[in-house]
Design a protein around this ligand. Structure first.
Ligand code: NAD
Length: 337
């Protein structure tokens, strides 16, 4: 697919710092030679102001058509009965695989060095099925749904990715010692799928032990495969080992649709100040370029942003520098080979 000419991509700039980092990332992508048609649509707070709906049809219709979106952070209004826009998008487009690469970056000060693993999270069920009810006043029940079909789907995603990326091991994370039926089904189904991929090793960890291992011996992990809630928590824990949510990219993949997003929030404390770090959204955009078979452009940007981080002279405050969002993105553009 040649996405530089004629390809249309949905852009949801996002709330808070969203517009600042989106603008910076688009500038970098276009300077590197990626110039699609950006279909800009509002969601979150911006859409509530315009359409009284955080996820208007215009946004849904755009992604229905383009099947690829780049998305900044969104604030789902608290109260008012609104569902999380992020959850609604994942469910509507059946974006069942949340993919988060965890990699140490030269120039980003962290306790751990040379980490390189991937968190794969099931996105559509588990504790996030949203099925809750009040049994009697003062007693509520929240149902955790695990199905063989969705577990097979996410396990195949993890093992196929392992095979394609030349990775060696998938670690299945669970609490099957306590939730014998639900987590038992997840564990056993994922193991069955794993047996179809002979060259990839499989092991498993109970989730509490996995958390301890992740902070004490994170190098033991290659790919982690988790259901929704454990994946949500452990992917942020993992991000913390390599510099936090400001530098880690994220993707929600379906079979024929993908949303590439910064996993941090709208950063209301710094919104409008022009000092937000564009790295997380930029790295998500780099993954989008790979998805669109634009690896020459993605590698060009990847090399440039790594150089800027390594030198540490023109980076934003959260990375220990004094640069504005605009100065950091210009430094990345000026580092293109
Ligand atoms: P947050 O990620 O917005 O901010 C946490 C801290 O990290 C803040 O100090 C912030 O300034 C800093 N930070 C985050 N991104 C940064 C960046 N790119 N550059 C520099 N600093 C950065 O988390 P929060 O304050 O808990 O949430 C704020 C809002 O964001 C909430 O409304 C929440 O619902 C929403 N949110 C959205 C998403 C998403 O759309 N994917 C994810 C998380 C939170």
């Amino acid at each position: 697919m040649n996405a530089t000419v004629g390809q249309t991509i949905t852009l949801i700039p996002g709330d808070g710092i969203g517009s600042e980092i989106s603008e910076a990332v688009i500038k970098i992508l276009e300077a590197a030679g990626f110039r699609p048609v950006w279909e800009i649509v509002a969601a979150g707070d911006a859409a509530v102001k315009q359409h009284e709906n955080p996820l208007p049809e215009k946004a849904i219709n755009s992604i229905e058509k383009t099947r690829v979106a780049l998305k900044g952070p969104l604030r789902t209004p608290v109260g008012g009965g609104y569902k999380s826009v992020n959850v609604a998008l994942r469910q509507h487009f059946v974006l069942y695989a949340c993919y988060r690469p965890i990699e140490s970056l030269d120039g980003v000060e962290t306790k751990w060095k040379d980490l390189n693993f991937v968190v794969v999270r099931e996105n559509t069920e588990g504790m996030y099925s949203g099925i809750e009810h009040e049994v009697i006043p003062g007693v509520v029940e929240s149902l955790k749904i695990i199905t063989r079909a969705a577990t097979e789907r996410i396990a195949h995603f993890a093992y196929k990715f392992a095979r394609r990326a030349g990775r060696k091991k998938v670690s299945i994370i669970h609490k099957a010692n306590i939730m014998k039926m639900s987590d038992g089904l997840f564990l056993n189904t994922a193991k069955e799928v794993g047996r179809l991929y002979h060259e990839i090793q499989t092991d498993d960890y109970i989730v509490d032990n996995a958390c301890m291992q992740m902070v004490m011996n994170p190098e033991i992990f290659d790919i982690l495969l988790l259901e929704n809630l454990y994946g949500d928590i452990m992917s942020d824990l993992a991000a913390g080992l390599v510099g936090g949510l400001g530098v880690v990219p994220g993707v929600n993949y379906g079979d024929d649709c993908a949303i590439f997003e910064a996993v941090h929030g709208t950063a209301p404390d710094i919104a409008g100040k022009g000092i937000a770090n564009p790295t997380a959204l930029l790295r998500s955009a780099i993954l989008m370029l790979d998805y669109l078979n634009q690896s020459a452009i993605s590698q060009r940007i990847d090399r440039a942003f790594r150089k800027v981080l390594r030198e540490g002279k023109t980076v934003t405050q959260d990375l220990g520098g004094h640069a504005t969002t605009d100065e950091m993105s210009r430094a990345i553009i000026n580092s293109f080979e």
